[in-house]
Design a protein around this ligand. Structure first.
Ligand code: SF4
Length: 523
């Protein structure tokens, strides 16, 4: 209540301006017109697109023997959209184009890296940026001397004053002092950032903590806002839903996201947070297996962390085999951001992780059990041709892949970007499963959006794609109520930013509250 009272006096502003207004009609003719207008807006028009869509990495198609074939593939791919026609612009300007451009060569430090080097998993790991000194050196090498400042939507470029490279570096280092997550970035993800305009790049925004863009934390925020530790009968095993558990196998990931819900445990310690780390040890896992096998109501397991990509191939196999052998377990999924941030591992035949995953998937199928991969794309620019090939590789081998996005202000909280992301995933046979409302996490208030944004997006996107490819837009309730459809709130007062919720199947009559970010008019 104290927080509600505190909020009542606060001026809250929603981001409805980011959503294209659509004409709602009830006649068939008007619906067709609306569909055509929607198609033009959300798929191929370049007007109003985020700056990232003119990313130089997507302009410089290299001459490649496979280009002609890729262009045909691209055309076939576009012809599948019921609302679309082939793009009039150069296909290479579309993020994730099938053209096999060597996009990493746009990053100065990798301009001589060959395709075979870049697509080697070992090369990706050994060139991952995971220390402050490496990050400073990388940024010094790739940033221009003058950097455009962060723009608000609708702001014209003409009023900009640039920021020096040194000032940007200081901004990052100052942000790292406050951020709960350390920085770790793979070459793939670093290669899809537009380093000429990092303040406005939707990928950069997810990973680099910039002090100048941060907002004060919400007063209701706690480090473990979903109360996962409270719901853990065994360290590292969260049992919240009656028949499902979350198995935190490790606390390491291929990248660290600023907005990670599990910032209390994931990644190395930062200056502001000492982690409750989940080491990948057999001893810890045995206690978790014991709990699962002795609680027959548990049928479903999410193996996460951290990230399953950072399990060795042998550990991946061992965990999968143990779960398959339990009669009570009917299905499980390995959660990994790997496909989104380091897809080379899926294609690199010298690494055994993917083969072991496919074998587990096949063995599960033969036993009538589902073994799936849950991945995490947030923006269409994350999808390059390597990603597309990796996704097709998994699909051809019968692996079920689902995606869980997080709704992030300035990244994907506009209709155009979210629609494009969902369509691209669907075209790659990655099921767009969830879009999460941003959790209350330290140091990321600039990335959260009001509940009104997710409600508006859901309303506008539903009906534009097949129902089975329509993600559930959900809120993970602070305090441990679990995931609820965003539309299922009990009450929502946009003026205070407080919404109330119940989760009868999980926590009975208990009530939960979600809080919109506190915004000023200029945010
Ligand atoms: S990959 Fe997932 S677990 Fe890892 S930092 Fe990002 S959100 Fe957190």
């Amino acid at each position: 209540m104290a927080v509600q009272q505190l909020l009542r006096g606060a001026r809250l502003v929603t981001h409805s301006s980011s959503l294209t207004s659509a004409t709602v009609t009830t006649t068939a003719i008007a619906r067709v017109k609306a569909a055509n207008a929607y198609s033009a807006i959300s798929l191929y028009s370049t007007s109003g697109m985020p700056q990232s869509f003119s990313h130089p990495a997507h302009h410089s198609a290299t001459t490649n023997p496979s280009s002609a074939l890729s262009k045909i593939e691209s055309a076939v791919c576009f012809s599948r959209h019921p609302l679309s026609s082939p793009p009039a612009s150069n296909p290479s300007s579309i993020p994730g184009s099938s053209l096999k451009e060597q996009y990493w060569r746009n990053v100065k430090v990798w301009e001589h890296v060959t395709e075979s080097e870049f697509t080697s998993y070992k090369w990706q790991v050994s060139n991952t940026i995971d220390r402050r000194d490496k990050l400073s050196k990388f940024l010094s090498d790739v940033l221009p001397s003058k950097i455009p400042p962060r723009r608000q939507r609708q702001q014209s470029r003409s009023v900009e004053t640039t920021i020096s490279r040194d000032a940007f570096l200081i901004d990052v280092l100052d942000g790292m002092k406050i951020a709960p997550m350390s920085v770790r970035l793979t070459p793939h993800i670093l290669s899809v950032v537009n380093w000429a305009d990092p303040f406005n790049d939707p990928i950069c925004r997810q990973f680099l903590p910039l002090k100048s863009t941060m907002k004060p934390d919400h007063p209701a925020l706690t480090l473990d806002s979903l109360h996962e530790t409270d719901d853990s009968p065994v360290p590292g095993l969260v049992h919240r839903y009656p028949e499902k558990v979350l198995f935190l196998a490790t606390s390491v990931c291929p990248v660290y996201c600023r907005f990670c819900t599990r910032s209390y445990a994931v990644g190395s310690n930062t200056e502001s947070v000492t982690k409750n780390s989940m080491k990948p040890t057999r001893k810890r896992w045995e206690a978790m297996f014991e709990y699962i096998s002795t609680n027959p109501q548990i049928q479903d397991v999410v193996v996460s962390g951290g990230d399953s990509y950072y399990l060795s191939p042998d550990h991946l196999r061992m965990i999968g085999e143990r779960l398959l052998a339990m009669p009570n377990i009917k299905r499980f999924r390995f959660a990994t951001k790997g496909l989104a941030v380091n897809p080379t591992r899926i294609l690199d035949r010298s690494d055994g992780w993917t083969d072991n995953f496919i074998q587990l998937s096949e063995k599960g199928r033969s036993m009538g059990k589902q073994v799936a991969m849950h991945t995490h794309f947030n923006h269409p620019n994350e999808i390059a041709w390597v990603t597309e090939e990796a996704a097709r590789f998994l699909f051809a081998r019968g692996v079920t892949v689902r995606n869980q996005s997080v709704l992030l202000h300035g990244v994907n909280d506009d209709l155009d970007t979210m629609s494009k992301l969902i369509r691209k995933l669907a075209d790659l046979n990655i099921q767009p499963y969830y879009v999460y409302q941003g959790d209350l996490v330290r140091g990321v208030e600039d990335l959260r959006t009001p509940l009104s944004v997710i409600l508006d997006l859901e309303k506008r996107i539903r009906g534009t794609i097949a129902g089975f490819m329509m993600p559930s837009f959900v809120v993970d309730l602070p305090g441990g109520g679990g995931k609820r459809l965003a539309t299922s709130f009990e009450s929502y007062d946009e003026s205070t930013g407080v919404s109330t919720w119940k989760a009868p199947g999980v926590t009975g009559d208990e009530a939960f509250e979600y809080y919109d970010p506190i915004r000023s008019e200029s945010a």
